[in-house]
Design a protein around this ligand. Structure first.
Ligand SMILES: [Zn+2]
Ligand SMILES: [Zn+2]
Ligand SMILES: [Zn+2]
Length: 156
């Protein structure tokens, strides 16, 4: 692999300042699907603890966990190493150790880690590492409707 002829200078790629559109304008809708989940690491049961420093600049907080290779990299508000990582390696899935949100750079959107079942295990592990207890998963809409409001005529 790695046969891509890349230009030798690493510093010439252009980082757009407002790469995360709308992220600062309050609530942004989290997607409940993503085409890039195939690039998730095959072993997300062991992840670095949430206080891990950025592997490149050693910043201790505001870091992201790359869900493709489990590298810990700082946010675009620090030295943009997670963004760089995405641009260089095309690892688009990252979990924030600040608020445990999952971002897909390719979708340019947050992902709902409680709905997307591939993301739930790593979200849960990160939550336990950060807070010391399992996350309170909200009820998913495809659960059994256990109120008998709909007149289920079981006489058949
Ligand atoms: Zn960094
Ligand atoms: Zn990565
Ligand atoms: Zn995606």
């Amino acid at each position: 692999m790695a046969s891509k002829p890349s230009s030798s200078s690493q510093e010439e790629f252009y980082v757009e300042e407002d790469f995360i559109y709308g992220a600062e304008s309050g609530w942004v809708e989290a997607r409940t699907s993503c085409e890039h989940l195939g690039s998730l690491s095959s072993d997300l049961s062991h992840i670095p603890p949430p206080d891990t420093s950025c592997s490149r600049c050693d910043k201790p907080n505001e870091n992201w966990l790359c869900l493709c290779c489990k590298d810990v990299l700082c946010s675009r508000f620090v030295n943009k190493h997670m963004l760089e990582h995405y641009q260089q390696r095309n690892h688009c899935l990252a979990l924030s150790y600040s608020d445990l949100s999952v971002w897909c750079f390719s979708c340019d959107s947050y992902l709902d880690a409680q709905v997307i079942f591939q993301l739930r295990p790593v979200y849960e592990i990160a939550y336990i590492l950060k807070f010391g207890e399992a996350p309170p998963f909200r009820t998913i809409s495809n659960a059994h409707p256990d109120n008998e409001a709909a007149g289920s005529s079981s006489s058949n």
